[in-house]
Design a protein around this ligand. Structure first.
Ligand code: ADP
Ligand code: MG
Length: 342
């Protein structure tokens, strides 16, 4: 039986209110258009549906119990809920179809697309979302499972997968956007104006730094993980791209810190790439030497390298030092009750 993340109350009795997590609002399965429910019925007679509570897409996310004891997880969305969401589901369907069979990866069963509504059916996963605050053993197991996934997805199994560097260039371009405005927006601290060139330079380095040969998830978060014993299944792959596994860690790290887990540097240091899969360039070191394992820059080394000019106002720490330091700053700047002052 599916324990949590799924269902009105299924499994939630095991968690306290303080463990409640951010989640979007899904359309209940009963409100899915009849044609979509009819498609689900073609997979097997539907005996019951439990709406999922995790995730952020506006459509339905539900586990359907089918006659014969099988369960499928179905997500469905139409343009009336969000114009872009059907395309995101289409992309997820393409990626999911290319994923190898692995215990840690979702298994696509069927897809539905009428040009408006798009639905995906997966084998239902028997698992629970990670506990918050993060437990050490659970986090270690998730990291091991993640390394296994990165190994299995190197080299990237999808020829036409989006390229992480290009995706990053489109999505993480805030300093360049500011620079392109001509005049700084009112209220922007003068420090940022003075150091905009340097910040743009760092932003560009981040685009290059995510290059790699692994199909990476691109949206790792607790609500995209289901833990079943020692196995973690990583679900929800529409944002996958060809890049470095490190990008998955960097993207995930701030939320782990916010959820009571270790800080980004510690998280990154705990990730042990599996041989052949977890290095920044498909198991090889940054210079392509086999066996060279990527390590996040250590804070002390970072501090030595960082030019004073690149210090964020009010923070003693440096503004350089690569992705690990960047993740750390994101966590600090987004942690509730914390400002950039340390
Ligand atoms: N194959 C599955 N089996 C059971 N539950 C799942 C499965 N895939 C996802 N879920 C649960 O449903 C939630 C929403 O699914 P997800 O694919 O992440 O949707 P969204 O696109 O809304 O984020 C997840 O947080 C997870 O708890
Ligand atoms: Mg999700």
């Amino acid at each position: 039986m599916v324990r949590s993340g799924v269902g009105d109350t299924v499994g939630m009795g095991e968690r306290s209110a303080s463990e409640a997590r951010a989640a979007g609002v899904h359309l209940p399965w009963v409100l899915a258009p009849p044609r979509v429910r009819a498609w689900a019925g073609s997979l097997g007679r539907v005996l019951g549906a439990r709406d999922a509570s995790g995730g952020f897409s506006p459509g339905c996310c539900a586990v359907l119990e089918l006659a014969g004891g099988r369960s499928v997880f179905v997500k469905a969305v139409g343009t009336e809920l969000n114009e872009q969401s059907p395309d995101i589901h289409r992309q997820e369907g393409r990626i999911a179809a290319a994923l190898p069979r692995l215990a840690q990866l979702p298994r696509l069963v069927d897809t539905y697309d009428d040009g408006d509504w798009v639905a995906l059916a997966f084998e239902a996963v028997e698992g629970a979302m990670p506990r918050h605050p993060w437990e050490d053993g659970e986090l270690r197991a998730v990291l091991e499972n993640l390394a296994r996934v990165h190994e299995a997805l190197t080299p990237c199994p999808l020829d036409d997968a989006p390229v992480a560097s290009e995706r990053e260039r489109r999505l993480l371009d805030g300093w360049h956007t500011l620079a392109g405005m001509g005049r700084p927006p009112a209220g922007l601290d003068g420090w940022f104006v003075r150091h905009l060139d340097r910040l743009c330079e760092l932003e560009e380095r981040a685009w290059d730094a995510v290059a790699g040969e692994t199909l990476i998830h691109g949206d790792l978060r607790a609500d995209n993980m289901l833990i079943d014993g020692t196995t973690t299944v990583f679900v929800d792959w529409p944002h996958a791209s060809r890049g470095t596994p490190l990008r998955d860690l960097i993207g995930w790290a701030p939320s782990v810190a916010l959820e009571g887990g270790p800080d980004p540097e510690t998280l990154l240091a705990r990730y042990r790439p599996a041989a052949g899969g977890g290095g920044p360039r498909g198991g090889h070191g940054a210079r392509g030497r086999p066996g060279r394992v990527l390590r996040p820059a250590r804070p002390a080394a970072v501090a030595r390298r960082a030019p004073d000019a690149a210090r964020v106002p009010g923070r003693a720490g440096p503004c350089d030092g690569g992705l690990a330091a960047a993740a750390h700053r994101v966590a600090l700047s987004t942690a509730p009750g914390r400002t950039f002052q340390q």
